[in-house]
Write a protein that binds this ligand. Structure first.
Ligand SMILES: *[C@@H]1O[C@H](CO)[C@@H](O)[C@H](O)[C@H]1NC(C)=O
Ligand SMILES: *[C@@H]1O[C@H](CO)[C@@H](O)[C@H](O)[C@H]1NC(C)=O
Ligand SMILES: *[C@@H]1O[C@H](CO)[C@@H](O)[C@H](O)[C@H]1NC(C)=O
Ligand SMILES: *[C@@H]1O[C@H](CO)[C@@H](O)[C@H](O)[C@H]1NC(C)=O
Ligand SMILES: *[C@@H]1O[C@H](CO)[C@@H](O)[C@H](O)[C@H]1NC(C)=O
Ligand SMILES: *[C@@H]1O[C@H](CO)[C@@H](O)[C@H](O)[C@H]1NC(C)=O
Ligand SMILES: *[C@@H]1O[C@H](CO)[C@@H](O)[C@H](O)[C@H]1NC(C)=O
Ligand SMILES: *[C@@H]1O[C@H](CO)[C@@H](O)[C@H](O)[C@H]1NC(C)=O
Ligand SMILES: *[C@@H]1O[C@H](CO)[C@@H](O)[C@H](O)[C@H]1NC(C)=O
Ligand SMILES: *[C@@H]1O[C@H](CO)[C@@H](O)[C@H](O)[C@H]1NC(C)=O
Length: 606
């Protein structure tokens, strides 16, 4: 395996560019002028924390509101590994929390990586940039589960429009027939686009889709509310550069607002009670440190504290603050503030696996870009000069979303999907053996995912470690249910049937050895799944929203934490179940709607 090489030139560029851009952020609390903040927003981390940048932007639109963002990671600007879309597979671990799960019995007792970003912009600064709103039925189910029609597919449309700014792809190619313009917005803040460099696998996938039809039939736009079929990918990329929440919502025109302060390199340890309000504790205090050994600082908000630390760190922060299962908290010496036993429970995350085929040596794949450093340097130079070439994309081909038919569902025993627009599974395609590109060879990867998992995991704090900054204890439980395992078998077999289309003749040579062996029997396939499979980055549910009168859940449908005043959670942790799609766009939608709810509350009453 070749760990992706980064050149000296590359590092120098990173350093130079960072120094220019950093002036708009505060790296040290002492440099911030004393301010009475209306809102303090915690984090821009992880698959949901992206939301914090959105809330910061929207609240600071009102000049009367003073807003502080506290971010654990560093600034996002001018880092090539972040800005260049193709390098999403090789982002250095210093932009990572480096968390792993506890040993997972369903994954042959492996502890698996649980990646989430440690940098401004959260996982949007770090992920595959895939823009996917999820199916209509998922949002309608959120509305049903919470009793709030405001979460339905129809109701969220204005928030999609506020977020999305449809942009021409990097190569300005004719995009007719690759998406449906009528379901996109050109007036939002974050750029969404189609791939800007042609891949040889794209025409082959389209041909296979035509040849096989059925569940593989072409779908013009997976963001129309019905994602089923084979579609072109849509990405948060702006003219060849990653468009993260930090790059878009905290662009210079916004971050330079006088009423918005962004403090980086500051880890929040706890939220704190400031007083009582209508007999419940008011939680408007925030404790944080810029150094793991302290000193600890304190800041209070006058209106609200907004937690956007994401589905992994949010439950950890709540538990450290005494918000969680009181019995558990008391047993480990934390004074309970409010009994909310759902904190960190019912975590929902997709199961995924990467399956690799060998490609004809005379065909073209992206492996070479990671195998030949000279070529990579040339492409970096091309990217810097023109923002064109193969680095402008995440190297994803078309994707397939599909439902299991009735026969398959009968063998799986249940249908956990939200309805007829919701896929049970997805297949993504990459023209390389990503992320661990071998020193030689050409490959084709099919990422298979179960999008409607029935297993539920948990995130809690370490009962034997006294530090608020100790890593959380993550028990993903991925593939621990019968449904998830059988469903993964089915997705892999579906991927194999896609590759069997004659369209791939001459391009794909054979499955890699371990995949070939896995296809010999159910037992071999199960073992392969437990050996290479695991959770992906799409984590939700650890601070779930439920209706105000529900007997479980962490926040109300307006995202205010139950049983306390002043505290709101705005990130992917509030989604009760993972969407049957990627979770970044849902995090943006949640953040835009939450911002609107917060403004509505504070712009009308004082
Ligand atoms: C993750 O590991 C890298 C490499 O050791 C380190 O630089 C980085 O600070 C770590 N992240 C955190 C949040 O500690
Ligand atoms: C996983 O670990 C448990 C507890 O140590 C053990 O009982 C079990 O046999 C292990 N499973 C595998 C597949 O190694
Ligand atoms: C783009 O392609 C479509 C269909 O192939 C064609 O009708 C249209 O004229 C093209 N647009 C431009 C600007 O070339
Ligand atoms: C924050 O509020 C608490 C409780 O009301 C108060 O004791 C503390 O002095 C305040 N801290 C700051 C920095 O304003
Ligand atoms: C709270 O935690 C205790 C002790 O860990 C556990 O026994 C109990 O089941 C939990 N309560 C709920 C409602 O999950
Ligand atoms: C988990 O979610 C289910 C509904 O899906 C609910 O019945 C249960 O109470 C939840 N558990 C916790 C600890 O929140
Ligand atoms: C690596 O790429 C460079 C630049 O494109 C090319 O000249 C060279 O032949 C390549 N090396 C190999 C071993 O393919
Ligand atoms: C259901 O799907 C399976 C697997 O894709 C396929 O073999 C079977 O023919 C399908 N059955 C029906 C009735 O379509
Ligand atoms: C919990 O903390 C203890 C003591 O620091 C440590 O040995 C253990 O590995 C931690 N457990 C996890 C799951 O992080
Ligand atoms: C590999 O590609 C070459 C050139 O297109 C073709 O002649 C050859 O038949 C292919 N090999 C296989 C095994 O498909």
């Amino acid at each position: 395996m070749v760990p992706i090489p980064l050149t000296t030139v590359f590092f120098l560029l990173v350093l130079l560019q960072q120094r220019v851009a950093i002036a708009t952020l505060y790296e040290n609390i002492q440099d911030i002028p004393p301010t009475n903040y209306d809102f303090v927003i915690l984090g821009g981390n992880d698959p949901g924390g992206t939301a914090g940048c959105v809330v910061a932007n929207r609240l600071s639109e009102n000049e009367k509101f003073n807003v502080l963002v506290i971010e654990a990671g560093g600034p996002n600007m001018g880092i090539l590994a972040i800005d260049i879309p193709l390098f999403t597979y090789t982002i250095p671990s210093r932009y990572e929390w480096n968390t792993t799960t506890i040993p997972q019995p369903a994954l042959n007792n492996r502890s698996v990586n649980f990646p989430h970003a440690f940098i401004l912009g959260g996982s949007s600064s770090h992920n595959g940039m895939y823009y996917n709103r999820g199916p209509r039925d998922d949002w309608d189910r959120y509305a049903r589960l919470t009793g709030d029609e405001g979460w339905s597919w129809n109701s969220i449309q204005p928030f999609i429009a506020k977020n999305e700014r449809w942009t021409l792809p990097a190569d300005n190619h004719n995009t007719t027939g690759q998406y449906n313009p009528s379901v996109h917005s050109t007036t939002g803040i974050n750029s969404v686009t189609l791939a800007g460099f042609p891949l040889p696998i794209n025409p082959l996938s389209l041909q296979a889709s035509q040849e096989l039809g059925g569940i593989f039939a072409f779908n013009l736009d997976y963001n129309s509310g019905n994602p089923l079929g084979t579609s072109w990918g849509q990405y948060t990329i702006n003219k060849g550069t990653r468009s993260s929440a930090a790059a878009s919502y905290l662009a210079p025109e916004f971050i330079n607002r006088k009423n918005l302060h962004v403090l980086v390199n500051a880890r929040v340890s706890r939220v704190l009670q400031t007083s009582s309000h209508s007999h419940v504790p008011q939680v408007l205090g925030v404790e944080f440190a810029q150094n793991l050994n302290g000193p600890f600082h304190r800041v209070n908000a006058s209106k609200e504290v907004v937690i956007s630390t994401g589905a992994i760190n949010t439950p950890q922060l709540l538990l450290n603050s005494g918000i969680g299962n009181s019995t558990f908290l008391s047993s480990i010496g934390i004074t309970p503030l409010v009994h909310l036993p759902s904190v960190g429970q019912n975590m929902s995350v997709h199961a995924s696996a990467k399956n690799v085929w060998i490609v004809n040596a005379s065909a073209q794949t992206d492996d070479i870009i990671f195998q030949n450093q000279t070529l990579q340097n040339e492409l970096i130079e091309q990217w810097m000069r023109t923002k064109r070439g193969p680095l402008v994309d995440a190297a994803s081909g078309l994707s397939i979303y599909f439902r299991f038919n009735h026969t398959i569902l009968a063998t799986l025993g249940e249908d956990p999907s939200s309805g007829s627009t919701a896929p049970h599974a997805a297949i993504g395609m990459q023209p390389a053996n990503i992320p661990n590109v071998p020193a030689a060879g050409k490959f084709f990867t099919m990422s298979t995912a179960v999008l409607t998992p029935t297993s539920r995991g948990s995130i809690t704090i370490n009962s034997t470690s006294p530090s608020v900054f100790a890593p959380p204890v993550i028990d993903a439980r991925t593939l621990s249910s019968q449904f998830d395992l059988l469903a993964m078998r089915e997705v892999i077999r579906t991927a194999v049937s896609f590759v069997s289309a004659s369209a791939w003749d001459g391009y794909i040579t054979s499955p890699t050895d371990n995949l070939a062996a896995a296809l010999e029997s159910d037992e071999a396939l199960d073992d392969y799944i437990r050996t290479i499979g695991g959770p992906n980055e799409h984590v939700v549910g650890t601070a779930s929203m439920t209706s105000p009168d529900a007997t479980y859940g962490v926040v109300n449908p307006d995202l205010l934490v139950k049983g306390v005043a002043g505290l709101r959670i705005v990130d992917a942790s509030i989604l009760p179940l993972v969407t049957a799609g990627h979770t970044m766009a849902p995090a943006y939608i949640v953040a835009e709607r939450a911002s609107s709810l917060i403004k509505k509350k504070w712009e009308t009453h004082h």
